[in-house]
Design a protein around this ligand. Structure first.
Ligand code: SAH
Ligand code: SF4
Length: 367
């Protein structure tokens, strides 16, 4: 039988586990402290536990961590991590270093079922869900990498590979441990689940977690959105808005709207007007993200002038919408660029080297 991973348990779940083992459950507090606060992931080193308990933890649980296959440092201070899960497959995450915060973009699945037309991950198809422990391991390892720099992850965004709400239970339980006081203790405003619009799951989230919600909207007219995001066939904009209104009413929280700007597709005056209409009645923060182009995809980034005109239409209607440029483009770490086919081809590249990628093709290694 497969052993459960040690990161699959919160402090309370460790309590239950110890109870089931007939061991004193208050020790769970010490175990959770070692794991989540002290960053100790070997029961042998949990020095205030008795030998029996250390032995039991060691034999009953899985203590493997994904292996860091490569660490690609971008010129802009982001780092793309390729992790090889002990359960197989490559998991990708990206560390984003800013002046006053350090964000981690985590994956929730290998591949994705939802096949958005503009997304590299979508082109991969679906491989499998990540377990809760595999999601949390990304944060755990990022903190280990950042420690020598005197940094730790302060923000987590579920914007790597996969649709987090399609892997609902694992995503929500991982997010809850990220925020828990006896877990990683991140602020609920700093843990963000990004979804392409699974309406029923958005409604479930309102009661299941305090984590923040981001919606990848990208179009506010059904025919256009369906052509970009097939999920819109299942949950049309009207249904989506109903879910957002429910979420807003239940939680009182603002919703982040992500809107990719794709040249000649979704960022003309007509689409700006449609967006304003869609946002009516919602309390949101809108981010405009110029599309990251890929060869083989028929989409491009709009001109700066088009971006400014779209933004101005919103600003004139009291909707501030900052333009966010993706980091990590040179290491294929930017939004929508995570795709395991890269991962497979760069296994052999040692740490600290920097890939030189132009037009998505590896043209050299520096560093
Ligand atoms: N599946 C979730 C989260 C992962 S995708 C979702 O769709 O929200 C994370 C973000 O990257 C989404 O907003 C997605 O629309 C965006 N994205 C995908 N491809 C992109 C590209 N080529 N350029 C810019 N953003 C992209
Ligand atoms: Fe999946 Fe998100 Fe990419 Fe769409 S944008 S294919 S939902 S990862």
């Amino acid at each position: 039988m497969q052993k459960p991973h040690f990161l699959n348990f919160s402090r309370l779940e460790y309590r239950q586990l110890l109870k089931d083992w007939g061991m004193p459950s208050f020790r769970a507090d010490q175990i959770a402290h070692w794991i989540y606060k002290a960053g100790v992931r070997d029961p042998e080193h949990m020095s205030n536990l008795g030998k029996d308990m250390r032995q039991k933890l060691f034999t009953e649980l899985d203590w493997h961590m994904p292996e860091i296959i490569s660490k690609l440092d971008s010129v802009d201070g982001s780092t793309k991590l390729l992790l090889k899960s002990h359960k197989g497959h490559t998991i990708e995450s990206v560390i984003l270093r800013y002046e006053n915060r350090t964000s981690l973009c985590v994956s929730s699945q290998v591949g994705c079922k939802l096949a958005c037309d503009f997304c590299q991950t979508g082109k991969l198809g679906f491989v499998r869900h990540l377990e809760r422990g595999e999601i949390l391991a990304q944060l755990y390892l990022a903190n280990e990498i950042l420690k020598p720099e005197g940094l730790r992850v302060t923000h987590v965004v579920f914007m790597g590979m996969g649709e987090p709400l399609d892997n609902y239970e694992n995503t929500v339980s991982a997010a809850n441990v990220m925020m828990a006081e006896d877990g990683f203790f991140l602020s609920a405003r700093h843990v963000t689940l990004s979804t392409s619009g699974l309406a029923p799951e958005i409604e479930r989230l309102a009661v299941d977690t305090r984590a923040s919600l981001a919606l990848s909207l990208h179009a506010s007219r059904d025919d256009l959105r369906t052509s970009l995001m097939p999920i819109n066939r299942r949950y049309k904009l009207e249904r989506l808005k109903e879910a957002l209104l429910y979420y807003q009413k239940t939680t009182g929280r603002k919703i982040t709207i992500e809107y990719i700007l794709i040249k000649d597709r979704n960022c003309g005056l007509r689409e700006a007007k449609e967006l304003v209409k869609f946002l009516h009645g919602l309390r949101t923060k809108v981010n405009l993200i110029p599309f990251n182009a890929h060869p083989g995809l028929p989409y491009d980034r709009p001109t700066d002038e088009d971006i400014r005109a779209f933004q101005k239409h919103l600003a004139d209607r009291s909707i501030p919408a900052p333009v966010r440029y993706s980091k990590g483009l040179d290491v294929s770490g930017a939004c929508g660029q995570l795709a395991a086919k890269h991962a497979e081809s760069i296994h052999a590249i040692p740490e600290r080297k920097r890939l030189v990628i132009k037009d998505d093709t590896l043209i050299g290694i520096s560093g």
